[in-house]
Every structure is written in structure tokens, then in C-alpha cells.
Design a protein around this ligand. Structure first.
Ligand SMILES: O=C(O)C1=C[C@@H](OP(=O)(O)O)[C@@H](O)[C@H](O)C1
Ligand SMILES: C=C(OP(=O)(O)O)C(=O)O
Length: 427
């Protein structure tokens, strides 16, 4: 049955107590695919996330000449062979930051002409720092600082030292780190600018490189040196996506029930792991249980939630779901350190202020965050701006407030297959 648009978000009838097995991490899947494409032999990505962002990554690497078999749950990748099939290729970045930022440094390593473009809004998302850095490292990149652009690779990249300003996105650093070992001189990246957001994602990149035998020196602040050398083929089991766990754990908070996310890793570089601390601070009980992580909401559900004062600079992708909970909380909240999420799938600070405000919420937008004060919320349309995490925010509020209609809930397919059906099945 097709999903109506806007979609009436289901409201909880009572405490929801359930256990969920969530799809794999977008960030881990797309890094594993890129590293497999430049590895020294075939790799396997087990329990890969099957979603728009990861299929776009598989298509992009296929366009560059890798062989990616996405037919089962475990994806196999035969690496690039040095030239683009037919000499020319087009890469659709969709709205995936990881595709737009991680694939261009790889395109320099294959001979051929590769043109990049994406969704209309993707042309607004920042990528210029990477393009400038690549030119400095010896990759022929067309003029301009945004999509669309063309890379005319020769099959080899000199590499060397680059200075970049990664204050708009950690993905600028991750992108150069991922491909750097395959550059003749490796890569030496220095960041100059305001603090880099989303640092756990850079740690994730480094950990995955080291798992594949790449030597990365991160001993100096804001500097990363990758030695030239092979990327060994690897068999990677993808963890569940902990950032996408946010709406499900929020369901426990809103309903006063208990939600267990299966297979929550004991240690991880995923930003979503911060949900344990954030939800505890809002009044939830958080505990590790045999089969995963269990969050239990306040006895009164959202009526017992505390507001939150938090700097989300490192974990900005959690901001929409956390803001939705803050809008339901009984005391004021202040979320700071997240100016960079204005450059995500949409300007998330503006979008959250407008949409929560549109339902009656009291939200004050700041250059780098939001102040959210308690206010009664009521029925209305919650617009998503093609942003999967705005849809998550809408359904969280809809779980507490009758009559919330989430526009384009299908945009969740960016990182979660059949989200609306899965969500409805739990309520
Ligand atoms: O490298 C990654 O996989 C990501 C890095 C972060 O990007 P920013 O540094 O642009 O916030 C994060 O928000 C995004 O969802 C995924
Ligand atoms: C910022 C996000 O995605 P992207 O990888 O497109 O930057 C996100 O998923 O919250």
C-alpha cells in the first residue's frame, strides 16, 4: 500500500515496550565501500545498509570501474582496475554528503572523465574545500566550488601537503584520509579554521584505515598524515546505525515504555553512541542488556521529560531528534555548537525552528543552535525539506501529539528502508 503524503504520524496509545533490530550504519557502509574500491583485492561488506545513500555510493564506485554486488545482505566489492569504463562516467550524489565528498578523491586514481551532480539542494552543500585541496594534490578538477564539477583523472595522484578549513564538515578531512594512502606521496592534511564538527566521524575513518593496514599519524591536533601504501582487502561487519536509533529510543522516552536496540556495540566510533548520555540527561533510564541497549522513558512519558543543555558540535546529526524531544520536555533546553548543520540536507536550525514553531512550539533560533521552551503543541503539517532527520523529528512529535502530518516521510529512504511501515508497526 502506498504511503499518503503528508503522512499521519501515529500517536502512541500507551507505553511502547519492544525490541528492534535496526539496519546498518550509513557512515560505516559508505566508508567500507570506498575502502574496498581502492583495496588490494576483493572485500566483503556484511549486513550493508541498503538505502539511497549507500546504493548511490555503490553506483558511483561501479561507474568508476569497481564491481559491487549489492544483491544480498553481504555486499562484495572487486576494486577499481585503474580506468573508468568507456573513459567517461557520471556520478549522482543525490543528497549524500559521503558520496559528494568521498568519491572525488578516488576519481583522481582512475583514468577518465567523471562528472558529479546531485539533487537540487546538493548544489548548495559545501564541497569547495575538497576541490581546492585536490587541485593542490595534483588531481585535475574543473573550475568552480560546488556541484556540478568534473574530475579528469590520469590514474595516479601525486599527493603531498594540503591546508584546508574543515569547519563546515568533518567529511572534508575524512574524504582526503580515505584515498590518501593510494596517492604517490600519501597525504599530509592540516586544518586551519574554527573547530571541526563531528570529530567522531574522523575517528571512524582513521580506525577503518588502520584496520586495513594504512599508517595514519594523528598525534598532532588538526593534522593528519597518511603514509603511502596499499589498503588491504577487508571483511567488515557493519554495526546497526546508532544515529538512526534516535527516533526508536525517543519512542521509549515519549511513551514511557522501554525500547531495546539489538546489537548496540560495546565500543564504537559512531556519533549515535552519545544518545546514551543525552537521553539519560533528559530523564530516561539507559542500560545495557544481554541483547543490546535498553532505554526506558519517564513513568509519565513525554510529560516527565527534562529539557537539555548540550553542545552537540561532535554529534550534530542527532540534533533534529533531540530537538523534537526538547520540544516535548517540561523545562527549557538549549542546544549549541551546531552552526554547521545549516549545511546538512537542509538548513536544519531554520527548518526545526520553523516546523516546531508551526505546531505551536516556542523555539528561538541562534546562529549556532536553538533555545526551546515548553509550550503546548498541536496538530499540523510538519515539513521535511527532503531531510530524513527532519522526518524523524516529525514522527517523534507525532508520537506524542495527535494530528501531526509528516510531509514526504519517504525521504527517510536516504538512510533507512521502509521507515514509515517499520515505525507504524511499533505503535
Ligand atoms: O562522515 C560521515 O559519515 C558523516 C559525518 C558528519 O558530517 P558533518 O561533519 O558534515 O557534520 C555527519 O553529520 C554525517 O551524517 C555523516
Ligand atoms: C548530515 C547527514 O548526512 P550526509 O552524509 O549527507 O552529510 C546526516 O545523515 O545527518
Amino acid at each position: 500500500m502506498s504511503t499518503p503524503d503528508p503522512w499521519p504520524a501515529p500517536t502512541v496509545a500507551g507505553a511502547v515496550t519492544t525490541t528492534v533490530a535496526l539496519p546498518g550504519s550509513k557512515s560505516l557502509t559508505n566508508r567500507a565501500l570506498v575502502l574496498a574500491a581502492i583495496a588490494d583485492g576483493p572485500s566483503v561488506v556484511r549486513r550493508a545498509l541498503r538505502s539511497r545513500d549507500t546504493l548511490l555510493m555503490a553506483q558511483a564506485l561501479t561507474a568508476l570501474g569497481a564491481v559491487v554486488d549489492t544483491s544480498g545482505d553481504d555486499w562484495t566489492v572487486v576494486p577499481l582496475d585503474g580506468s573508468v569504463p568507456d573513459g567517461v562516467a557520471e556520478v549522482d550524489c543525490g543528497l549524500a554528503g559521503t558520496v559528494m565528498r568521498f568519491v572525488p578523491p578516488v576519481a583522481g586514481l582512475v583514468a577518465g572523465r567523471v562528472t558529479f551532480d546531485g539533487d537540487a539542494h546538493m548544489r548548495q552543500r559545501p564541497v569547495g574545500e575538497i576541490l581546492t585541496a585536490l587541485r593542490g594534490l595534483g588531481v585535475p578538477v574543473s573550475d568552480g566550488n560546488a556541484l556540478p564539477f568534473t574530475i579528469t583523472g590520469t590514474g595516479a595522484v601525486a599527493g603531498g601537503t594540503v591546508v584546508i578549513d574543515a569547519s563546515a564538515s568533518s567529511q572534508f578531512v575524512s574524504a582526503l584520509l580515505l584515498a590518501g594512502a593510494r596517492y604517490a606521496g600519501g597525504v599530509d592534511i592540516c586544518h586551519e579554521g574554527a573547530p571541526i564538527p563531528s570529530l567522531p566521524h574522523i575517528e571512524m575513518t582513521i580506525a577503518m584505515l588502520r584496520d586495513r593496514g594504512v599508517v595514519v599519524d594523528d598525534s598532532d591536533t588538526d593534522r593528519w598524515r597518511v603514509a603511502p601504501g596499499p589498503v588491504t582487502a577487508h571483511d567488515e561487519a557493519i554495526e546497526p546505525d546508532l544515529s538512526n536509533a534516535a527516533p526508536f529510543l525517543a519512542l521509549a522516552a515519549v511513551s514511557g515504555g522501554s525500547v531495546t536496540v539489538r546489537d548496540w556495540p560495546l565500543s564504537t566510533t559512531q556519533a549515535g553512541d552519545a544518545l546514551r548520555d543525552l537521553l539519560a540527561r533528559m530523564g530516561c533510564r539507559v542500560e545495557r542488556v544481554d541483547d543490546g541497549l535498553r532505554v526506558t522513558g519517564p513513568v509519565d512519558g513525554w510529560r516527565g521529560l527534562q529539557g537539555l543543555q548540550a553542545d552537540l558540535h561532535d554529534v550534530g546529526e542527532l540534533a533534529p531528534a533531540i530537538a523534537a524531544l526538547c520540544a516535548l520536555a517540561q523545562t527549557p533546553s538549549h542546544l549549541s555548537g551546531i552552526a554547521h548543520i545549516r549545511g546538512h540536507e537542509t538548513d536544519r536550525l531554520a527548518a526545526l525552528a520553523k516546523e516546531i514553531g508551526g505546531l505551536g512550539g516556542d523555539v528561538e533560533e541562534h546562529p549556532d543552535g536553538l533555545t526551546i521552551r515548553p509550550a503546548p503543541l498541536s496538530a499540523g503539517v510538519f515539513h521535511t525539506y527532503a531531510d530524513h532527520r527532519m522526518a524523524h523529528a516529525g514522527v517523534i512529535i507525532g508520537a506524542a501529539v495527535p494530528g501531526v502530518l509528516v510531509e514526504n516521510v519517504g525521504t527517510t529512504s536516504k538512510t533507512f528502508p521502509d521507515f514509515a511501515a517499520f515505525w507504524s508497526g511499533l505503535l
